[in-house]
Design a protein around this ligand. Structure first.
Ligand code: ZN
Length: 171
């Protein structure tokens, strides 16, 4: 089922998310719904708070050509980050049509639990590294525009408020 994606500004996007203690059927369903919602959008990553669920989980698939490689990361943690900065023009499904260059470490080692409850660890590079860091920020109530200066952030927030008013009127 495709879920509604929250649009910034929304208090639910600013909260610290809670760890997932147990992988229940509800969590499995949430993961499936989040992947479906991400592919439909389309996007390369989606975090649970973006669909209004205050839990530490995100999905991603950064394959642009070729067969899909859906990943579900539960309770992800960054174990190590590279010292090499990497700039990427980031966007966010909760901030539609806004893109801005953001600098982050070009590689990160992440530990997480998968949907089968197995502990996983992997070093991500390139777009995967950018996406993993962007999504983990969501779980800590942080958006990519929080890396921008206050004026630029305020301008984007006003644009999003206007977009939300227009969408509400169109319903
Ligand atoms: Zn995002």
């Amino acid at each position: 089922m495709i879920r509604d994606i929250l649009i910034h500004p929304d208090p639910r996007l600013k909260k610290l998310c809670e760890p997932i203690a147990q992988i229940t059927p509800d969590i499995v369903q949430l993961a499936e719904d989040m992947l479906e919602t991400m592919y439909d959008a389309p996007g390369v990553g989606l975090a649970a708070p973006q669909v209004g669920v205050n839990k530490r989980m995100f999905v991603m698939d950064c394959i642009k050509d070729g067969p899909p490689e859906p990943m579900v990361l539960i309770n992800p943690e960054i174990l190590w980050q590279s010292d090499v900065p990497h700039e990427y023009e980031e966007g966010c499904l909760s901030i539609p049509d806004i893109y801005s260059p953001i600098t982050r470490p070009d590689a990160v080692r992440v530990a997480w639990t998968d949907l089968q409850g197995a502990r996983c660890e992997h070093e991500f590079t390139g777009l995967w590294a950018t996406c993993a860091q962007h999504e983990i920020d969501h779980l800590n109530g942080r958006l990519f525009i929080d890396n921008l200066g206050p004026l630029k952030r305020q301008m984007i927030t006003r644009k999003m408020e206007k977009l939300k008013r227009e969408r509400a009127r169109a319903l």
